[in-house]
Design a protein around this ligand. Structure first.
Ligand code: V47
Ligand code: SF4
Length: 397
């Protein structure tokens, strides 16, 4: 049975409550759901129900295609002037003796380490410190582009931009234009957390506000550039805070169309000031992906950051609205392993990622940052590496 037939069977089920039926009908008709319907999905939508709706949307947009890219991360420092309660980089958690602060040359050395690798993107993000100011990042981006012009620089979030622009006394529009001129090509989705002040003030008090986060993305989009958005979920927020978060993103996307991908980030509770907060279950994670796919009708892609959720959950997520499972990473990504992510050393070769996707009946496609196809792996044979073995999951659809 294909995704549309599954949705029609669900609609014909006399046991389905009227409000859920009306949402399912909207999805079939490609109509937008309301804020209240978003909350209803969280409160009443069982995993199998939201999965059928989300998979219909996913397959309508992308078929079986599942994207990944080859990137590497640079985290300039694991020290931070801010004190986000969920973060293992916070100034109250991290003592200076355990920290690193890379110099410009050390960061360029990391870039050079990948000179012979077919990576297409460098993702730069980490803590906020005064010495990493606007001239520093302008120089870093220019130096990377000079060294390897085709490497896409995806760097920093409104948290850093708000901080460095304030110090440099430039407004957001000017600041973003100058970063673009220095070599910045897109903005990752971090720093969004939960927008509503009821929650943001408790978990991420001092850093940029929701409006500042959204304004910086808006200025970036006005330059014709693209960015991502995240949501840190599964801690002290209520369901309606998640819908409020997605609603703000949906409204900005209606105005600019500049977001590419939405990335729900599961809260992990190790080594931070919220270790007493239990983590969400896998069922809740999958429901959250699905509801994001249904609610964000103007976002092209929903990404599961597999380093954060385990490989098996990443595989399952492909049936719950997700069409992208991030890049092939190496062990330079520390923020998640420090917070308790399953993948303590989250490296996966391209072949491993391809097999992971194929194993659940999807079609792997390597993309660049802007979703141009680099390699279609549907019928690709790997000559040189042994086939990786994974625990075999049943194919659900
Ligand atoms: O904003 C910090 C999160 C984010 C924890 O755009 C935590 O392609 C869970 O945004 N538990 C930064 N999450 C990472 C990020 C990202 C990741 C992958 C791809 C992209 C992209 C963006 O990491 C922060 C924060 O929300 N984070 N601590 C934690 N304990
Ligand atoms: Fe700093 Fe970002 Fe961690 Fe907050 S989440 S403490 S801004 S590194």
């Amino acid at each position: 049975m294909d995704a549309e037939q599954q949705l029609r069977v669900l609609l014909d089920d006399p046991r389905l409550a009227d409000d859920l039926k009306s949402i399912a009908q909207k999805v079939l008709d490609h109509q937008r759901i309301t804020f209240d319907e978003g909350v209803t999905l969280y409160e009443k939508g069982e995993l199998s129900y939201v999965g059928v709706l989300a998979n219909y949307i996913r397959e309508h947009r992308h078929g079986d295609r599942t994207y990944f890219n080859r990137n590497f991360h640079i985290e300039p420092t694991n020290l931070c002037v801010y004190d986000c309660k969920f973060c293992s980089y916070s100034r109250l958690i991290k003592q200076r003796s355990e920290g690193w602060e890379y110099t410009m040359d050390e960061m360029l050395d990391i870039v050079k380490k990948y000179d012979q690798e077919p990576v297409t993107e460098v993702h730069i993000v980490g803590g906020v410190l005064p010495q990493y100011d606007m001239p520093f990042y302008q120089q870093l981006f220019s130096a990377i582009k000079e060294h390897r012009p085709e490497l896409h620089v995806k760097a920093l979030t409104p948290v850093e931009y708000h901080y460095i622009f304030k110090k440099a006394k430039v407004d957001y529009a000017t600041g973003m234009r100058l970063m673009k001129e220095a070599g910045l090509e897109s903005m990752p989705g971090g720093g969004a957390e939960i927008f509503h002040p009821e929650i943001r003030d408790q978990i991420a008090k001092d850093k940029c506000t929701a409006d500042q986060w959204l304004d910086i993305h808006e200025e970036w989009h006005k330059l014709g550039m693209r960015s991502n958005a995240t949501m840190l979920y599964g801690h002290i927020e209520s369901y309606w805070h998640r819908v409020d978060h997605m609603e703000r993103l949906r409204q900005l996307q209606d105005r600019t169309g500049g977001f590419q991908t939405f990335i729900p980030l599961k809260f992990r509770n190790k080594d931070n000031q919220m270790s007493n907060v239990a983590e969400s279950s896998v069922i809740e994670d999958l429901r959250n992906y699905a509801i994001a796919r249904i609610y964000l009708d103007n976002f092209d892609h929903i990404k599961a950051y597999w380093a954060m959720i385990s490989r098996n959950t990443a595989q399952l997520s492909l049936n719950f609205g997700v069409d992208d499972i991030d890049g092939t990473l190496d062990d330079t990504t520390k923020i998640y392993s420090m917070a308790g992510a399953e993948e303590q050393n989250p490296g996966m070769s391209t072949r491993q990622l391809v097999e992971l996707i194929k194993q659940v009946g999807r079609h792997p496609v390597e993309r660049d940052t802007l979703y141009h196809v680099i390699t279609d792996y549907e019928n690709h044979e790997f000559a040189d590496e042994p086939k990786p073995q994974f625990y075999k999951l049943p194919v659900i659809n």
